[in-house]
Write a protein that binds this ligand. Structure first.
Ligand SMILES: Nc1nc2c(c(=O)[nH]1)N[C@H]1C(S)=C(S)[C@@H](COP(=O)(O)OP(=O)(O)OC[C@H]3O[C@@H](n4cnc5c(=O)[nH]c(N)nc54)[C@H](O)[C@@H]3O)O[C@H]1N2
Ligand SMILES: Nc1nc2c(c(=O)[nH]1)N[C@H]1C(S)=C(S)[C@@H](COP(=O)(O)OP(=O)(O)OC[C@H]3O[C@@H](n4cnc5c(=O)[nH]c(N)nc54)[C@H](O)[C@@H]3O)O[C@H]1N2
Ligand code: SF4
Ligand SMILES: [Mo]
Length: 740
């Protein structure tokens, strides 16, 4: 029987409407908190330091934490509003079960747990262990991420565990491992300050990592030249020295052409290439025909600008290359990353002061969460689940037989496919909202309807959780101790500020209880978060992501420790590769030949416009958290379609008028935002909403063959003018979005 989501009407009847929470009078006693707790922002990978004000076991405000070295008290619009979540009227305060035709009903933990474990056992007995999958997320701390990896393999005994970093960090991770043998930003942000040239590619830093703009402006004050590669003139590009308005999906052609210019002009570091790298010849062989004219044709960037960018990069003595999802969310995301790394290696500017390279990690713990066994092919310490030695080591740490450790499983979107095929029948999710965040989400919805049992662990009722049979009331970041690893590779402490409200429980206690009921209590007998971390340290020992030398005490004392940190007396590693010993088998950094390939769906007569998707400053990811905070909603209440005036004129579209956007997967209607900061052949839609406001109704689910990241940044669409002016306020409608 196919499952229908609990409808908005039912939810509203039972819980009242969703509230966009803006406390007008403030909280009583805000001026006199019981305590100030030093911790970090729960949102992006910058993990800015913040102090939470706590009164009567409630977070009632915040203070800047000026001593924390990265942000020195600075916070962005999301950071200053995050404190509104724990007290929010929408918090899930007890476990709930679906009652068909009625809605969700609060239940006791005993019923929620015994029902869940009975269903896991039933499904696994009937269809095999791997028929029950797990999806997780890296807003979770290192401790919870590690525990999820162990829980799936040791308690659930399934190979099918994957995580939302699959939509985020994996192209960069795969590229980094191929080139350097290790997956971390090569430098900390202080190396930005004195770089002569900085390229920022496919990253809207002012909106997505606002506090990172500070070291970038410092660099600029010190005379740095800034180059931005983006199909939109994003805010940061407006004051850059050069904006390369790349056609979405063509970065690898750009970096290939730039490599050729570096070689042709001898703007390369021969000595570094010879001593410390391999495969240079192969990499330049494939770009020998990548002329400026060819690159201009493919990328849409003028030949003069491409040459200028290569010259600026080539002639500099110090430089930093930063990129994010704009180049990574592609079926050739890994190629794009490798194309960038080729430029960095050709000029030998890595492992030295003010010379660096980094992908800008997205989610709060996107760095740590991708190291501790969250991925379908990975074990803690960034070990390989198919490597016999790695399997043996982790089996010993976990006290299991190596033969009982599952092998490589399916990646996130492949799990959705397997549900469609009837191979996966049950699902547990924690910290993931795939119905909003996965591409072609009508297909995802059909998969959720097919599941025999679905249990979600969350603190708000996400769009996906509405398809759950049971929802387990979990915890916010500030409701549990732990650590996270920032985008720089700095391990920092999350201090518990409050206990979970009502009957909600710590995420780790929920996993512990489930493990116990699945018969594996002895393997999850942790006293506290530090206990989990100490096991993680041992599990990571000897892996490329080595945390062994990092302790809670050391992190506390130094306001963070950079991994790798292999021994207790090791100070940590803020800048990688100073010894020029790379973690590849031959100890060298690897060039990789990158041939330009087309995107999976190119424009044609029927679908003549490129659609790209991404973010706005006030909303975070699938919006479950930020769409509930009044002041953030006020800043950007609903998705808008960015379109260039010339393209808009062609269709008679006016600013603020509703436009229908259609792809081969679906359609949506949304107000046009006519701006001259976007390419004429491209439209942009932010993706933070669900239901009929979801950009992922339109996107294509093609995956990069190596990283399995979806192609969020390119698909083909057509648009239609409805000649209707958008109503003034769609605010509440934008949240109540599931009942189409
Ligand atoms: N406000 C806010 N901040 C966030 C988040 C959020 O949801 N909201 N999420 C966090 C997370 S998890 C992530 S992953 C990061 C993402 O951070 P970013 O990667 O900076 O964000 P996006 O908006 O996804 O994409 C960045 C840019 O890529 C451009 N782009 C599109 N196609 C291409 C292309 O083919 N080539 C190039 N060069 N550029 C292209 C888009 O125009 C866009 O400006 O942000 C983090 N910070
Ligand atoms: N079209 C399009 N789609 C995209 C992207 C894009 O650029 N374009 N970007 C992709 C990227 S980069 C990302 S990272 C993904 C993100 O996509 P998701 O991971 O699905 O988004 P989140 O909003 O982080 O969903 C996390 C859920 O976990 C809950 N949660 C948060 N913290 C915790 C916690 O500590 N404990 C528990 N139990 N629950 C928690 C939140 O309430 C929320 O419901 O979206 C991807 N989807
Ligand atoms: S930049 Fe990121 S970590 Fe810092 S306050 Fe903003 S959302 Fe939070
Ligand atoms: Mo992300």
């Amino acid at each position: 029987m196919s499952k229908i989501p609990v409808s908005d009407k039912k939810i509203i009847e039972e819980f009242g409407p969703h509230k966009q929470y803006t406390p007008k009078e403030g909280f009583k006693g805000v001026e006199e908190p019981d305590k100030l707790v030093k911790t970090h922002c729960c949102f992006c990978g910058m993990q800015c330091g913040i102090q939470l004000k706590v009164k009567d076991n409630k977070v009632v405000g915040f203070e800047p934490w000026r001593e924390f070295p990265f942000n020195e008290g600075r916070l962005c619009p999301k950071g200053v509003q995050r404190y509104l979540q724990n007290n929010h009227p929408d918090r899930i305060l007890s476990p709930m079960k679906r009652v068909e035709g009625v809605g969700f009903q609060p239940i006791e933990w005993e019923e929620a747990m015994s029902k869940t474990v009975a269903e896991i056992n039933r499904i696994q007995e009937q269809y095999g262990k791997d028929s029950f999958a797990m999806l997780s997320g890296v807003s979770l701390t290192n401790e919870k991420s590690y525990m999820v990896g162990k829980f799936a393999r040791v308690a659930l005994k399934t190979k099918n565990l994957d995580y939302n970093g699959r939509l985020c960090m994996v192209s960069a991770g795969t590229g980094n491992k191929k080139a350097f043998g290790l997956d971390r930003a090569s430098n900390n942000w202080s190396d930005l300050k004195h770089a002569e040239v900085i390229i920022v590619a496919g990253a809207n830093v002012s909106e997505t990592f606002p506090v990172l703009t500070h070291p970038l402006w410092e660099a600029r004050d010190n005379g740095a030249k800034l180059i931005v590669v983006d199909p939109r003139m994003v805010p940061f590009a407006r004051t850059a020295d050069l904006h390369l308005d790349v056609r979405p999906g063509t970065d690898s052609a750009l970096y290939g052409a730039m490599l050729k210019i570096l070689v042709d002009n001898d703007w390369i570091d021969q000595e570094f290439i010879e001593k410390h790298t391999s495969s240079f010849k192969e990499a330049i062989e494939v770009v020998k025909d990548y002329t400026l004219e060819w690159a201009e044709e493919i990328t849409g960037i003028s030949a003069a600008k491409i040459y200028k960018a290569a010259e600026m990069w080539g002639k500099a003595k110090t430089s930093f290359f930063l990129h994010a999802r704009g180049i990574e969310h592609h079926t050739k995301g890994v190629d794009n990353v490798l194309g960038v790394i080729n430029l960095v290696l050709a000029t030998g500017r890595i492992g030295k002061p003010y010379c660096g390279y980094a992908t800008i990690t997205g989610q709060g713990n996107g760095q740590g969460g991708r190291e501790h066994g969250h991925k379908c092919d990975q074990l803690p310490g960034n070990r390989d689940i198919e490597n016999p030695e790695h399997r043996k080591y982790i089996s010993e740490v976990w006290g299991i037989e190596e033969k009982d450790l599952p092998g490589k499983g399916l990646s996130a979107y492949e799990i959705i496919d397997a549900i469609h095929r009837g191979e996966i029948k049950g699902l547990i999710s924690i910290c993931f909202n795939p119905l909003v965040s996965l591409p072609n989400n009508n297909y995802v919805r059909e998969a959720l309807e097919k599941l025999e049992y679905y249990v979600a662990i969350d603190f708000f009722l996400s769009e996906t959780a509405r398809y759950a049979d049971v929802v387990l009331a979990g915890s916010l970041q500030e409701e549990e101790e732990g650590t996270v690893t920032t985008a720089e590779g700095r391990v920092v402490r999350i201090n518990q500020a409050i206990t979970p409200p009502g009957k909600a429980r710590k995420d780790s206690d929920i996993l512990k209880e489930l493990a116990k009921r699945l018969g594996e209590e002895s393997k999850f007998n942790y006293k506290n978060a530090e206990d989990i971390f100490n096991e993680l340290r041992v599990a990571s020992k000897g892996g490329t992501a080595d945390y062994y030398g990092i302790t809670y005490e050391k992190v506390e004392k130094n306001m963070g420790v950079f991994w790798p940190c292999p021994s207790l007396d090791h100070p940590g590693t803020p800048r990688l590769w100073e010894d020029l010993k790379f973690k590849t088998p031959d100890g060298k950094a690897h060039f990789n030949p990158v041939t330009y390939k087309e995107s999976s769906e190119m424009i044609d007569e029927d679908y003549p416009i490129i659609l790209t998707t991404g973010r706005v400053v006030s909303q975070y990811l699938s919006g479950t958290q930020t769409r509930r905070i009044g002041k953030l909603v006020d800043q950007y209440p609903e998705p808008l379609m960015e379109i260039h005036p010339k393209l808009a004129a062609k269709y008679g579209i006016q600013d603020g008028y509703l436009t229908k956007v259609i792809t081969r997967r679906g359609e949506m209607t949304l107000p046009a935002n006519v701006v001259d900061t976007i390419r004429e052949d491209t439209i942009f839609i932010p993706y933070h909403w669900g239901g009929k406001h979801s950009a992922n109704q339109l996107t294509v689910s093609s995956l990069d063959p190596l990283s399995k990241i979806p192609e969020f940044k390119v698909c083909a669409c057509k648009i239609m003018n409805t000649n209707e002016k958008a109503p003034d306020s769609q605010k509440s409608d934008a949240f109540q979005s599931l009942d189409n």
